[in-house]
Design a binder for this molecule. Sequence first.
Ligand SMILES: [Zn+2]
Length: 381
Amino acid sequence: MIDFKILKKSKKSWARLGLLKTPHGVVETPALVPVATKAVIKTLTSEEVRATNTQLTISNTFHLHLKPGDKIVKKAGGINEFMKADWPTMTDSGGFQVFSLGFGQDMQVGKILKYFPGKTDVVVETGSKSKSVKITEEGVHFRSPFDGSKLFIGPKESIKFQENIGADIIYAFDECTPPLSTIDYAAKSLELTHRWAKICVDSKKTNQALYGIVQGSRYQPLREKASKYIDSLDVAGYGIGGDLGESRDSMDDILSWVIPNLQDGRPRHMLGIGYLEDMEIIIKRGIDTFDCTVPTHFARRGIAFTSKGKLDLKKTRFLTDKNPIDKSCLCNTCQVYKRNYISHLFRGDEITAMRLVTFHNLFYFNKVVADIRQKIKDGKI
Ligand SMILES: [Zn+2]
């Protein structure tokens, strides 16, 4: 069960400040949701995650179902107890993995096309079949990426797995439409996603908060239809997923079609976005939470985010740089360590390098979002 309270609505945009109360604590929104795919923020302990001011994490149903098994997480007392998270948790439905194992893998494309230039010639039409995934009315047949064994997941299975994992917030099972779908394909996919959403609502037995997912690709009529339908269901909140078009402008347009059809009093989560540059745009459109792999994924590759832009700490020039990653950052990494040492650790493939930068990046992203909350409070956005 969750309770969402809006503290302030902006007069300049659709931004709002809120408090999202869950069984594991209260989240000040808007909030970043770091990605703990396998019930861990890679390289950090849960105490460290807490120290980055992270308020909420999202884990992956598909991965946890395969390893260690959702029943094992249940026996451990649920995901919060298992990973020692004393903060609210979410699990996604596994739908996105269906997409990434299927069309995503076939075409090597991601959610936003512009990050994958040169792939605009591929179009998914009605009747297109993915090589690795078979979608039926009941759910999705696919092969395990670990051992090739046959697997199946549908809306009922997704809810069952998520109930076993036991996060505070769970998601309806959807087909995440490939980015290059035609409107006909996207429309058929949307109908299936809606039938599945209803099954998810009807089959849930716990008091976890179930969010419905608004799909509809880049097409205005579909996004409007999707938001109205999901809003009509007995859901606790909304996830906004799928293809967001080719640019930040198209993402902004898509949100402008969706948000007005959603009830104010239910929280809105944007799935799988959150470059620093995206945050203010989506928050101004009324998004309350959003998950993003960028701070952690980039950190492990030596990229640190700072108030002056990105740094590639693997570069030779940082070996003699005695500054912290960011002089204005109050995180432990920046209080203690210098760029020269961190650069040396990266160049030597030392695990500690990833830990130090993951900690900084998460702390920094959380600070950026806290600053945006302050701007809403001050009436600036
Ligand atoms: Zn820092």
